[in-house]
Design a protein around this ligand. Structure first.
Ligand SMILES: *Cc1c(COP(=O)(O)O)cnc(C)c1O
Length: 347
């Protein structure tokens, strides 16, 4: 694989915007280079476009080099950037598992790039051979999500490996839910696979969805392209500082994960005890996919009781399914109570 040949011509040739903070790096006593207001420190200054302090901290925790990290406004930003860097509109295509996270297709559609969904097998299992069959010379990106949303399951690592090793393009592995799983991250294999982009996020296990901070990990070459295309100041100062401070509370995050995993087990057991619930799918994430006799009616009845779950009835292979996030014990109990009160609805 030659990475530079995978990149769109215009992006390969792109001379990126050089902002004031890029042109001068280091310490000075007088800054008159960026048309900033000298008052209202520290908010008057443009933030570090490369987020070096935050990346250094993340790199240490993840066992990667800072130059292998791109930070985005959620992991949605690197998803969109990957499409824009690698896929020529109306010419290239993207292959992804189906069902999966909806943003991959939305970003493909926005960029006018063909999106090819490949159905998962029974048990939402990945079939590498079938996915590879859907690729052709114009396939630049493959999206794999593990644990997958909305199905909750891990994809088989050997099947993923076949794709990573045999596909001559970029494989994006979305690990938004990896903290809830016993499976190891692909981060450890990053140096072995220069065609892999691993996505993680602060939105789930870290409890920081409102802050909008996501991470892409990849080879230095791929990250250099991300840096070329992203908005210079994509992460503001408040976000950089706040996330950095939150990273000092790793044990708190681990306690939340342990709590949510125990709640997931309890919630699954309570759901399975409800006779009309048809299936509670196994989950390696912080949600459960549940098959019921009439998902639309049950969704509405829960809304009427003030409980909002995600109706996945219209999604491939998810007919009759609701996706239920694991909440606090009190929230999960309220859900179970409401479900027992609606026992007369399905049928
Ligand atoms: C929630 C989620 C994300 C996170 O997106 P952010 O933009 O980081 O909040 C990414 N991928 C998947 C599959 C998700 O479910």
């Amino acid at each position: 694989m030659n990475l530079h040949n995978l990149v769109r011509d215009n992006i390969r040739r792109l001379k990126p915007y050089s902002c004031a903070r890029n042109e001068f790096q280091g310490e000075a006593s007088v800054y008159l280079d960026a048309n900033e207001n000298p008052m209202n420190a520290p908010y008057n200054r443009y933030p570090d476009p490369m987020q070096e302090a935050l990346k250094a901290k993340i790199a240490k925790g993840k066992g990667v080099r800072p130059s292998q990290i791109m930070l985005g406004v959620g992991s949605d930003e690197p998803i969109d950037l990957a499409v824009r860097i690698f896929c020529e509109p109306q010419q290239d295509n993207i292959v992804a598992i189906d069902p999966t996270y909806g943003m991959y297709q939305v970003c493909a559609d926005i960029n006018n790039v063909e999106y090819r969904p490949v159905l998962l097998n029974d048990g939402f299992a990945l079939d590498a051979a079938r996915l590879l069959e859907a690729t052709d010379a114009h396939t630049k990106l493959v999206f794999l999500c593990s644990p997958n949303n909305p199905t909750g399951n891990l994809l088989n690592r050997d099947e993923m490996k076949q794709i990573v090793e045999r596909f001559a393009g970029i494989v994006v592995i979305d690990e938004a839910y990896i903290d809830f799983s016993s499976e190891a991250s692909w981060l450890a294999d990053l140096d072995r696979y220069p065609n892999v982009i691993v996505l993680q996020t602060f939105s789930k296990a870290w409890g920081l969805a409102s802050v909008r901070c996501g991470m892409a990990f990849a080879s230095e070459e791929v990250i250099a392209y991300f840096n070329k295309v992203k908005y210079p100041y994509n992460l503001n100062l408040l976000t950089q500082n706040f996330v950095s401070e939150q990273l000092d509370h790793k044990s708190r995050k681990q306690e939340w994960v342990a709590y949510l995993l125990s709640q997931r087990t309890a919630l699954a057991a309570h759901l399975e005890a409800i006779p009309w619930i048809e299936k509670v799918y196994p989950s390696d994430a912080n949600f459960l996919l549940v098959k019921v006799p009439d998902a639309n009616a049950l969704y509405r009845s829960l809304v009427a009781r003030g409980i909002i779950v995600r109706n996945r009835n219209g999604i491939s292979l998810c007919a009759g399914c609701l996706r239920i996030t694991v909440g606090t014990e009190a929230e999960n109990t309220a859900l179970i109570k409401a479900l027992n009160e609606t026992a007369d609805i399905p049928g």
